[in-house]
Design a protein. Structure first.
Length: 151
């Protein structure tokens, strides 16, 4: 018979599968979707699972944590939240995102490890990106434009 740890791991794997398959906008909805898959869960256990899994609330839905496996780690995964990019002087660029997505986009940009970046600061729907030079800013904007054109 499975123990509590095994039940929790199985439930968490189901949660990730659900988040991959559809848009989930509430914990109540997630509890119901788990029930449909034969997994009994309470709202409080789902809340703990979401926290433990690092699931975030982005753009009005629950989203899987950013994985770091691609050549541009994380940026591809959050590119659907990008809305635009605009220079704000020779060293500062403003990245526009969906409401609530700026934190995730800022983290993904930071983790990308692009050499032209100095740092980021995120609000709710904007990310300020500092670069060391005007040339670095142009390189950064070209990189981001690539993701905006794919979306």
């Amino acid at each position: 018979m499975p123990n509590d740890h095994e039940h929790r791991e199985a439930r968490q794997q189901e949660i990730l599968a659900i988040l991959d398959a559809r848009r989930v906008t509430s914990q109540t909805q997630l509890v119901e979707l788990l029930r449909e898959r034969g997994v009994v869960a309470t709202q409080s256990s789902v809340s703990r699972d979401l926290r433990d899994l690092g699931v975030g609330w982005i753009g009005g839905r629950y989203a899987r944590p950013v994985e770091r496996e691609e050549s541009d780690p994380g940026v591809a995964e959050v590119s659907q939240f990008l809305r635009g990019v605009k220079p704000a002087g020779p060293h500062l660029t403003v990245v526009f995102t969906m409401s609530g997505a700026a934190q995730a986009v800022g983290v993904a940009i930071d983790r990308a490890g692009w050499p032209e970046l100095v740092g980021t600061m995120a609000g709710d729907d904007t990310v300020f990106v500092a670069t060391a030079s005007a040339g670095d800013q142009k390189r950064f904007i070209r990189r981001l434009d690539h993701f905006l054109q794919e979306g």
